[in-house]
Design a protein around this ligand. Structure first.
Ligand SMILES: [Zn+2]
Length: 104
């Protein structure tokens, strides 16, 4: 006994924006500061957690007006991504030490 109409896919408007609320992206494609709406946002050249490349990998930017840091592509906090980044970096470093130990 299967009703073909039992499962109905969620009705989504295909014309709706994938990121509602962020209609006006900055010229470089970044999302304005989700905390204060400022477009005065810059990517730091160096971060304590990611060195010189981590912020580029995670699109990590900092609002120059309220010091809020977030993902420039999603407008969400990067805290989880930073933790994952640190864990991955740690695993890579430990793996390198392990490999060097095996070789040496
Ligand atoms: Zn801000």
């Amino acid at each position: 006994m299967t009703d073909p109409n039992f499962y109905q896919p969620p009705s989504e408007d295909p014309s709706s924006s994938p990121t509602p609320g962020y209609d006006s992206l900055m010229p470089n494609g970044w999302v304005p500061c989700p905390n204060c709406g400022s477009t005065h946002v810059e990517m730091p050249s160096f971060t304590w957690w990611g060195g010189a490349v981590g912020q580029k990998l995670l699109n990590h930017v900092k609002c120059q007006d309220c010091s809020y840091t977030y993902n420039a592509k999603t407008g969400k906090s990067n805290t989880t991504a930073i933790v994952i980044y640190q864990v991955v970096a740690l695993v890579i470093v430990l793996g390198l030490f392990y490999a060097l130990g095996l070789l040496g």
